[in-house]
Design a protein around this ligand. Structure first.
Ligand code: ADP
Length: 237
């Protein structure tokens, strides 16, 4: 995918918590380019810095040193208002826990976002993209964990963000349900071209990616490109 323009670029990105001998160095100098339209999987042991990187790229956290760009915008130079604007316009987030509003249906959970977005998809279209066209009027308690996560994905993409950042999106799900969630992420990537970054502990998931990054001790230990992507529906673990 090297012929596509970069959507993210980081140079010497570091993040430390605290100072002196007790400081935790969560990122120790990350140089990374992510190209527009890629599906990228981030692997690595717990505590290796994956979430910290994703949070900085998503404008949820600040770096200690180094730079990160989103297209031509230096994220690491934005103030709080600039970060809010960047997140609102450009970034969708999916976390391990879905954070849906229990009193609202699937459609209404997505509508909360589309009501305030600039050029949103119809909530029904976002839910259809993740295979939930038959669950529009169900409440979260009437949905399985995997279905709730797919509502969360529909909610994240309904504002048409350029990137979808996913932190352990299948971490709480069994394999069959997890695969359906991954198929939904694959559909978003393929059908509307959203760049998708997925943090996972599960090495099998790397087979559905264009790019696979292994993190270790706050740095990129390896970065490989897959010649072909496996369809999420064919993965098994
Ligand atoms: P991963 O996502 O790979 O599990 P993280 O990015 O969450 O790793 O964490 C990297 C390191 O930074 C860990 O050692 C973690 O304990 C530390 N860390 C993360 N957030 C904070 C924080 N708010 N305060 C102090 N240390 C933190």
């Amino acid at each position: 995918m090297g012929d596509r323009p970069a959507i993210y670029r980081t140079v010497g990105l570091t993040k430390s918590y605290g100072e002196g001998p007790t400081a935790v160095h969560a990122l120790r100098g990350v140089d990374l380019t992510v190209h527009d339209g890629e599906l990228l999987v981030l692997l690595g042991p717990s505590g290796s810095g994956k979430s910290t990187l994703l949070n900085i790229l998503g404008g949820l956290d600040s770096a200690t040193s180094g730079q990160a760009w989103f297209q031509d915008t230096e994220i690491t130079a934005l103030d709080a208002d600039g970060l809010t604007e960047y997140r609102r316009r450009s970034v969708g987030f999916v976390f391990q826990f879905y954070n849906l509003i229990a009193a609202l249906t699937a459609r209404e959970n997505v509508q909360l976002i589309t009501d305030i977005a600039e050029r949103p998809m119809a909530p029904e279209d976002a839910l259809a993209l993740v295979g939930l066209e038959d669950r529009l009027d169900h409440f979260p308690a009437q949905l399985s964990g995997g279905e709730q996560q797919r509502v969360a994905i529909a909610r994240a993409i309904a504002k048409r963000p350029q990137v979808l950042l996913c932190d352990e999106p299948t971490g709480a799900l069994d394999s069959q349900t997890g695969i359906r969630v991954l198929s939904a992420l694959e559909a978003v990537n393929r059908e509307i071209g959203t760049t998708v970054m997925i943090i996972t502990h599960n090495v099998v998931i790397a087979d559905m990616a264009d790019e696979v990054i292994h993190f270790a001790d706050g740095a990129i230990a390896s970065h490989r490109s897959n010649k072909t992507r496996k369809a999420a529906g064919t993965l098994a673990w």
